[in-house]
Structures are given as structure tokens and as C-alpha cells.
Design a protein around this ligand. Structure first.
Ligand code: ADP
Ligand code: MG
Length: 344
């Protein structure tokens, strides 16, 4: 107890979920200390990139910046797309929550998408190391999500985890502390927003931005058609296609469900593929235990019902789906011996 306190004084061990949409940081013994959008605004000064804002502050500027300022999501498709900017972002977040002084350079566990190549893993590791770490361990994102959702990952029985984030959906089957199957699909929350933008353009002849699409998804988004009243709807503002005239129109939840069909179908396909690829003994476990959904996409209304209808399995949504990955990585820090085998 005393030794633990002493070591907490000197070392701030940290778990990071470097998500495509949100970055979360967990400190051993404290819990989640940061949860901000993975966004950076950068100003171009004669070809030199200068960071203007990071996280919440950068998000507020999204879509509203002048020409020489761009908002960048450095991890957009699940990998480090812009190394320099990713590194600046990680450093900024770490500085915000981890006191850096003598002897405090931390042990860091950071999650990586299962589809990341060795080069991409190295890039993530290096950008975290450069933020000042004594030792960096990687953990597969679906593994962290499963641990965060309190699933018994070390048991000799199969469990399926589906993490629907911003840029990617991770589908994995876990048994005995390892990934028996893992696939990373570049269809998730961002694609849902794009699908809404497309739908509104095609069917309503109206141009809306990403932020509006996100609001529509949050407010009335659903994976399943409402059969009876009341059907939820909302007013949206945009520009008339080809005219530039501003207008306000009404969109209802069944239209949004139509708009979301294609990305949802692709997610369901990925789940079916995983079921087909799972060895029979483990597949039998999946029938008993069902699928666990995590990530922000799990908050889409009726998504469990949709995936259950498509897969024939029961579907559960984890508690706090947006926090699962960082909680899982954090648990691995807290109970290092138990989870040693899942840290890379
Ligand atoms: P990542 O791990 O890639 O950073 P997150 O797990 O943080 O992603 O999830 C972010 C995604 O979840 C975003 O695309 C966001 O729009 C979506 N999301 C969050 N809340 C909801 C909601 N209530 N309904 C539908 N989608 C949601
Ligand atoms: Mg995530």
C-alpha cells in the first residue's frame, strides 16, 4: 500500500485511447482524466505548419476556419495519417493532464487498431514515445474494448466484440487472451455522417455540412424504421443544390434510417464474415453469449436490434461505450500481471 502510493508519486502511468474521433487518457489510480476530440487546427505560415488549437477548442473551429487554417483529424482512418500533427496532439493532451517533472516519465499503454500494419504500429509507438514515456506498450483496440466492457478475455471461450468508432469499426473474436479473428473496416460513424450528407443532397436537393449531419445522427438517427407514430423529426438548415439559396427543411427518423442503410449493411456484412471465419467450438460460444457492442456508434438508436436481426445473435451494448477502450487499457495498467499477455 505504502509502496504503491510512493510509486504513484513518482510515476504517472497512463493509458491512451488514440481514437479517430476522440482521444481519452486514463491515469493509474485516478481514472479518466481527459476526453477530447482528436482534432487539431493548423495554420499554414509560408509552408510551415503551426498548431493553432487542439481538441475541444479545435472542434469549435471546424468548418469555420479561414483559408490558411485547416482542421486536421490526424488519425481519421484509424492510423496515423499525419505523423507530425498526431505527435503535436498527443504532446498537448499529455501536457494537459500529466505533470511532467523529475522521475515522472510514465509507462504508457496505448491502443492500436487491429488492422494497423507494423509500420503504422511503429508510428503510433514513436509518437507516444516522443511525448516522453519510459516504456510504451501497445494493446489491440478490440482487446482493450473487451476488457473495458468487463468481458472475461482470458477464459477459454469465444466472445465477439464490435467497436464502432468514428473512422473504423473493429470486429474481433477473442479467446484465451488473444484475438482469434480481427478485422478493421473503414466504415463507422464518419461514413454514417457522409451517408446522411449524400441522402440530403440526393433526396432533398440540399447541401449540409459534416457538423449538421452529426447533429441529425445524434438527435434522430436510428438503425431501424419506426412503424408507428410518433415519428421523430427535426428542422435542418442548408443550401439549395445549384442555387445557393439558404433554406430550412424537415427530416424525419425514417429518412435517416434509409440514409444509414448502406454503412449499416457493411458493418453487418463484416460481422457475418467474422462468424463464418470463427472455428466451430468458439462459434457455439458466440451463440450463447452474443455480441458486445462498444464505441460511439453503439449509441445509435436501435443498432443492437438491427445487428441482432442481421446476425441472428443476441447483442448487448456495453456501459459507457465511448469509454470502453481507455477503461480496458487502464485496467491492463492497474492489473498488469493479469493482463501482461495482452500487452505488446
Ligand atoms: P473513435 O474511437 O474512433 O475515436 P468513438 O468510439 O469515440 O470513436 O466514437 C465516435 C463516433 O461515435 C462518432 O462518429 C460519433 O458521431 C458517434 N456517436 C457518438 N454518439 C452517438 C450517438 N448518440 N448516436 C450515433 N452515433 C454516435
Ligand atoms: Mg475507439
Amino acid at each position: 500500500m505504502f509502496l504503491e502510493k510512493l510509486s504513484n508519486m513518482f510515476f504517472t502511468d497512463v493509458a491512451i485511447d488514440l481514437g479517430t474521433a476522440n482521444t481519452l487518457i486514463y491515469i493509474r489510480g485516478k481514472g479518466i482524466v481527459l476526453n477530447e476530440p482528436s482534432i487539431v487546427t493548423v495554420r499554414d505560415i509560408r509552408g510551415r505548419k503551426v498548431v493553432e488549437a487542439v481538441g475541444e477548442e479545435a472542434k469549435r473551429m471546424q468548418g469555420k476556419t479561414p483559408e490558411d487554417v485547416v482542421t486536421i483529424r490526424p488519425l481519421r482512418d484509424g492510423v496515423v495519417a499525419d505523423f507530425e500533427v498526431a505527435e503535436a496532439m498527443i504532446k498537448y493532451f499529455m501536457k494537459k493532464v500529466v505533470p511532467t517533472h523529475f522521475l515522472k516519465s510514465p509507462l504508457i499503454v496505448v491502443s492500436v487498431p487491429s488492422g494497423a500494419t507494423p509500420v503504422e504500429r511503429r508510428a503510433i509507438q514513436e509518437s507516444v514515445e516522443s511525448a516522453g514515456a519510459r516504456r510504451v506498450y501497445l494493446i489491440e483496440e478490440p482487446m482493450a474494448a473487451a476488457i473495458g466492457a468487463d468481458l472475461p478475455v482470458n477464459d477459454p471461450s469465444g466472445l465477439m466484440i464490435v467497436d464502432i468508432g468514428g473512422g473504423t469499426t473493429e470486429v474481433a473474436v477473442i479467446s484465451l487472451g488473444g484475438l482469434v479473428y480481427a478485422a478493421s473496416l473503414r466504415v463507422a460513424g464518419d461514413r454514417m455522417n457522409e451517408a446522411i450528407i449524400d441522402y440530403v443532397r440526393r433526396k432533398m436537393r440540399m447541401v449540409i455540412g459534416e457538423a449538421t449531419a452529426e447533429i441529425i445522427k445524434h438527435n434522430i438517427g436510428t438503425a431501424w424504421h419506426a412503424k408507428k407514430e410518433p415519428i421523430q423529426s427535426m428542422k435542418i438548415k442548408g443550401r439549395k443544390v445549384d442555387e445557393g439559396r439558404l433554406l430550412e427543411e424537415e427530416i424525419d427518423e425514417n429518412q435517416v434510417a434509409d440514409a444509414l442503410q448502406e454503412p449499416l449493411r457493411q458493418i453487418a456484412e463484416a460481422i457475418k464474415k467474422a462468424m463464418e471465419a470463427t472455428p466451430p467450438e468458439l462459434a457455439a460460444d458466440l451463440v450463447d453469449r452474443g455480441i458486445m457492442l462498444t464505441g460511439g456508434g453503439a449509441l445509435l438508436r436501435n443498432i443492437a436490434r438491427y445487428i441482432s436481426a442481421e446476425s441472428g445473435l443476441s447483442v448487448l451494448i456495453s456501459e459507457n461505450p465511448l469509454e470502453c477502450v481507455v477503461r480496458g487499457a487502464g485496467k491492463a495498467l492497474e492489473d498488469f500481471e493479469k493482463y501482461r499477455a495482452v500487452l505488446i
